[in-house]
Design a protein around this ligand. Structure first.
Ligand SMILES: [Zn+2]
Ligand SMILES: [Zn+2]
Length: 306
């Protein structure tokens, strides 16, 4: 079988949900509030770090980038291709020799810096229970775009979202735009959800880009799920029996109130979705009478007059 020699080289971008408000609520309730099965933040973080080491051990040319997702901001925590920390923290050559120690220390240090900045930045925000997944997806796609424009051979790029906090309906449009640009660039999005609810955004993202969606039944064994399912490169996946989606929640959010809806009105010009009938579309400015609007269920759109 003819194979691309770069098939096995992966560029993984890990989106790590470190929203301090979500994990703080979890710690306060002893693991009952968000259903993460008693998975505490430090345990979650350790499992993620071991996964990062695992990816880099599997193939010495594998590359990984970690992006932290907070409630209002997101930031690069680590890039395995950089010799020094991305956000200005320099690593001496002495520290580089004991890579294993310095990598863990480097990631932990940048995560702590991020969380303290995040708490500062979120003081005015009222949406602290949600994470800025749209922001970190955009950062991941920009990073991958830079890699794909760089010198050949290109690694196979994929994004893994490790998410705990629930979907933010107000981010619907930006998340969907990120998903479609990932699909266009052939970037696979995988998702591992450790919160109590399924994530409709990530179900749609994995469905559209051909990635794996998983909500571990026992989140305290997160590391095993990460190693068994999400370390697999895109080439090997065709030979493996990986978890199949049980179903995808295709519900959309209305553009007017950013609420998740089952049925709504769709603009026949720009396909914007509204929960109520409007005389003019707030997105493209098209005017229509009531007979021109059609109701929509899930992703099924009906063209006017059909
Ligand atoms: Zn609405
Ligand atoms: Zn419109």
């Amino acid at each position: 079988m003819a194979r691309n020699p770069t098939d096995d080289v992966s560029q993984v971008v890990l989106l790590l949900d470190v929203n301090p408000f979500f994990w703080g609520a979890e710690a306060a309730s002893g693991g009952r509030s968000n259903g993460s099965g008693g998975l505490a933040f430090d345990q979650y973080f350790q499992h993620a770090l071991m996964f990062v080491n695992g990816i880099l051990l599997l193939n010495h040319t594998n590359r990984i980038v970690i992006i932290a997702t907070g409630s209002s901001t997101c930031a690069f925590l680590y890039d395995s291709t950089a010799t020094d920390g991305i956000n200005g923290s320099s690593v001496t050559s002495k520290a580089n020799k004991k890579t294993q120690v310095s990598r863990t220390e480097l990631i932990t240090k940048s995560m702590q810096e991020f969380v303290s900045k995040e708490e500062e930045a979120s003081k005015e925000s009222s949406q602290i229970q949600y994470s800025n997944i749209s922001g970190s997806l955009s950062m991941a796609l920009c990073y991958i775009q830079r890699v794909l424009r760089g010198p050949l051979p290109h690694p196979q790029a994929r994004i893994l979202c490790l998410q705990g906090s629930p979907d933010a309906p107000y981010q619907y449009i930006s998340v969907m735009n990120s998903i479609f640009s990932a699909q266009r660039n052939g970037v696979v999005i995988d998702a591992c959800v450790v919160g109590s609810q399924h994530s409709a955004f990530l179900q749609q993202a994995t469905h559209i880009t051909g990635g794996i969606y998983m909500k571990p039944p026992q989140p305290d064994g997160l590391f095993e799920y990460l190693m068994m399912v999400f370390t697999t490169d895109l080439f090997s996946r065709q030979f493996l029996q990986l978890p199949r989606p049980v179903g995808v929640d295709f519900r959309a959010s209305c553009f007017c109130h950013k609420k998740t809806i089952d049925m709504g009105f769709v603009c026949s010009v720009c396909l914007s979705i509204f929960c109520k009938h409007h005389q003019t579309c707030s997105t493209c400015g098209a005017t229509f009478s009531r007979s021109n609007s059609t109701t929509v269920t899930g992703m099924k759109r009906k063209a006017p007059g059909s």
